[in-house]
Write a protein that binds this ligand. Structure first.
Ligand SMILES: [Fe+2]
Length: 403
């Protein structure tokens, strides 16, 4: 959608909100689409094998997922769709271009789409396509190309803070789209909030009057888990957190973890959204209604997906965890191995969906639980025991009452 048209729509929205201030604002959020242009993998067994050895991405069905997202947005008619990074599988230029086509389709339905990059989007030197049993290098995108491809889904970056920009969804809500991905000289996994980001964010969050302020990042703003904290939590998070608190930000939208998880610290929550590319294909709805702010994680409605899609996607995700666990348990008694692998696969599903409850006795009463406890010193057992023991709360919903 051309920016001028978007601006006219935004102005019309502001007028509507002014004339009917009781109307709620709703934004939809997705993260980690990891979209791959079908032409880059069609018919390749190697691509399927690479996915099978991965973390559960159902990226061979990116078009089916994007078509469902279009339908979901049309059904919900939110005021905006926010995408918090890792737009593409691994930074392929063709994937970015094709995904921008899907976003144009969503905008044609009347919902503006706003994006920031993640760690798999810009200057990814390992971007590749797949053919048959082999692969080939494909062009990645530089920051300028990223801006050109998504010109209708970003505002011009203001400098000093990567590709960050602030968007007024309407007169009630501003979202500071904060690009903390690090891609100078090649994409890195970590996120970094610099002094330049701080100067930009201070300005972006100032002078907003009675407007609700939300921030959006790819990497986590708050600590979520003791496992692999260093790669999820952005460096410099303390400075961003201080600014968020100073300006009354109550919610940050992130996604890098791929697992659905909400971290809370005082008046601030960081909602890490489950990866859209993996079962159960999460999106979130954020509602602002007379000062009350609510975040609710949901899953794509199966009516928008091919029959059996969700069941197959769940089996794919579960099967990957099961196979990895079996490999890690080589040499263990066959019966114990089957019990433990089944347990780990079920746990993984629940953990990534954001529905794992440490206090649910069903986990501890499972015969495999005791077996895993006995292997707490081994690499996979260590991970499982660490994550199983973490405090759990409501990882799907958080709500803030009016100030
Ligand atoms: Fe990702």
């Amino acid at each position: 959608m051309p920016r001028i048209l978007k601006s006219l729509i935004a102005t019309a929205c502001v007028a509507l909100v002014l004339s009917a201030s009781a109307l709620a604002t709703r934004i939809m959020v997705v993260s980690n689409i990891h979209y791959m242009d079908r032409a880059l993998y069609q018919g390749s067994e190697l691509f399927i094998r690479a996915l099978r050895a991965g973390d559960g991405k159902y990226a061979q069905f990116g078009d089916e997922l994007m078509a469902a997202l279009c339908d979901q947005v049309r059904a919900l008619r939110p005021d905006a769709l926010i995408v918090t990074g890792d737009l593409t599988f691994n930074g392929e230029r063709d994937s970015h271009a094709a995904l921008a086509g899907w976003f144009a389709r969503i905008e044609a339905q009347g919902t503006p789409v706003w994006v920031i990059p993640g760690n798999h989007d810009i200057n990814v030197t390992s971007a590749r396509g797949f053919a048959g049993d082999g692969w080939y290098a494909v062009p990645p995108v530089a920051p300028e190309e990223f801006c050109a491809i998504y010109a209708d889904h970003m505002l011009p970056p203001e400098g000093g803070a990567g590709l960050s920009y602030a968007v007024d969804v309407n007169s009630s809500l501003r979202v500071a789209m904060t690009d903390v991905a690090y891609y100078e000289g090649g994409a890195q996994t970590f996120g970094l909030f610099t002094a330049g980001h701080a100067a930009w964010l201070e300005e972006a969050l100032s002078g907003a009057g009675g407007t609700e302020l939300i921030t959006a990042t790819h990497h986590s703003l708050l600590p979520h888990t003791r496992f692999s904290q260093e790669s999820f939590l952005m460096f410099g998070h303390e400075a961003m957190e201080a600014l968020a608190l100073k300006h009354g930000v109550r919610l940050n939208l992130s996604g890098h973890m791929h697992a659905q998880h909400i971290a809370r610290q005082g008046a601030l929550a960081d909602a890490a959204l489950g990866a859209f590319c993996s079962w159960p294909h999460r999106y979130a709805l954020v509602t602002l209604d007379r000062g009350a702010l609510t975040y609710q994680a949901k899953s794509l409605d199966p009516v928008f997906l091919p029959e059996g899609f969700l069941e197959d996607s769940r089996a794919w995700f579960e099967g990957i965890a099961r196979e990895k666990t079996e490999a890690a348990l080589e040499g263990v008694d066959e019966d114990d191995q089957a019990l433990m692998a089944g347990f780990a696969a079920r746990f993984n599903l629940a953990y990534f969906a954001g529905t794992y409850d440490r206090d649910d006795p069903a986990w501890r009463d499972d015969p495999a639980y005791r077996l895993w406890r006995a292997r707490a010193d081994e690499p996979f057992g260590q991970y499982l025991n660490l994550v199983m023991d973490e405090p759990t709360g409501d990882n799907l919903c958080c709500a803030f009452n009016p100030d």
